[in-house]
Write a protein that binds this ligand. Structure first.
Ligand code: FES
Length: 268
C-alpha cells in the first residue's frame, strides 16, 4: 500500500501545542539568521514528539520560512534526528572500526539478543531503542556505548546487558563521563537549548584522555612560548597580518599587471 503524502493521515496528525510553538519561535529568535535555529528546533520537536513528525517539520518550515522539503532534507541527513518514535532511552553501540575490533560488534550482537530487537528497533515495553552508531570521538575508551548521547566507556557484552537492564528497571544510572541519565526526550530538550542543570555533573574527561597531559607534566614538557616564531605573539600577529596584507596586495598587483601585459601583448 502506498503511503499518502498528504491527506487524511497527515491532516489527522495532532498539531504541536501552543507551548511548543512558542518555544520554537523563541529558539528561532536566538539567531541573527533564523534558519540557523533549525537544528535545535528539530531537537525540541523530538523532545515532545519522540521523533521528527510531519507536524514538527511543517511547524519549523512555517516559522523559518523554509519549505517542508528543505526541513525534511535536514532531518533525514543527520542521524540524530529520528523519523520513528524512540523509546524512553536511546542506546547507541559504536560499531565503527576501533570500537568494532575492541568488542563493539560483540556488544551489539549481545544487546540485540538480550533485548530481542534489531537495529533501530524498540523493545516491546517501549523502554529501549537500540541502534548501531558511528564513531563518537571517544575511541580512547573503546568500545563505547552511548545512552541518550552520554558516554559509557570500555564496555563489554556483560556490562552493556547490565546497563540496559538497569535502564529498563528505572534505576539511577550515571554515565562514565557525564551526568545522571535522564530520558531521551529530556536529553533532546537540552540539545534544543533548555538546560536541565546537569551539565556539570560527573567527570568531563577520563584517564585515557588525560594520559598525554599527565606524561607532559611528568617530563616537564610545555607548549612552545612562541619566541622567535613569527606570528605567535600578539605583536607578531599584528605584524604578520600586515605583512600578509602587503604581500597579498603586491601579488594581486603583479597578477593584474601581468594580465594587462598579456592583454597588451595580445593587442600588439
Ligand atoms: S570508533 Fe567508537 S568512538 Fe571512535
Amino acid at each position: 500500500m502506498t503511503e499518502p503524502t498528504s491527506g487524511k493521515a497527515e491532516a489527522d496528525e495532532p498539531k504541536l501545542s501552543s507551548q511548543v510553538m512558542s518555544e520554537l519561535h523563541e529558539i528561532a529568535g536566538r539567531y541573527p539568521q533564523a534558519r540557523s535555529a533549525l537544528l535545535p528546533m528539530l531537537h525540541l520537536v523530538q523532545s515532545v514528539e519522540g521523533c521528527v513528525t510531519t507536524a514538527g517539520i511543517e511547524a519549523c518550515a512555517d516559522i523559518l520560512n523554509l519549505t517542508a522539503a528543505e526541513v525534511a532534507a535536514v532531518a533525514t541527513f543527520y542521524t540524530m534526528y529520528k523519523r520513528r518514535p524512540v523509546g524512553d532511552h536511546h542506546v547507541g553501540v559504536c560499531t565503527n572500526t576501533l570500537c568494532a575490533i575492541m568488542g563493539g560488534d560483540a556488544i551489539f550482537e549481545r544487546l540485540k539478543d538480550h533485548l530481542d530487537v534489531g537495529n533501530d528497533e524498540t523493545t516491546e515495553d517501549g523502554k529501549i531503542t537500540l541502534e548501531h552508531i558511528e564513531c563518537n570521538a571517544a575511541c580512547d575508551f573503546a568500545p563505547v556505548v552511548m545512552v541518550n548521547w552520554e558516554f559509557f566507556d570500555n564496555q563489554t557484552p556483560e556490562s552493556a546487558a547490565q546497563l540496559v537492564d538497569s535502564l529498563r528497571s528505572g534505576e539511577e544510572v550515571r554515565a562514565s563521563r557525564g551526568a545522571r541519565i535522564s530520558s531521551w526526550r529530556e536529553a533532546e530538550r537540552v540539545l534544543a537549548g533548555y538546560p536541565d542543570g546537569r551539565a556539570d555533573e560527573g567527570p568531563a574527561a577520563g584517564p585515557a584522555t588525560l594520559a598525554g597531559l599527565a606524561l607532559a607534566r611528568r617530563r616537564g614538557w610545555r607548549a612552545p612560548s612562541g619566541d622567535g616564531v613569527p606570528g605567535t605573539k600578539p605583536t607578531d600577529v599584528v605584524e604578520a597580518v600586515e605583512q600578509a596584507d602587503t604581500q597579498r596586495a603586491e601579488s594581486e598587483t603583479k597578477v593584474s599587471e601581468s594580465g594587462a601585459e598579456t592583454k597588451g601583448d595580445k593587442d600588439a
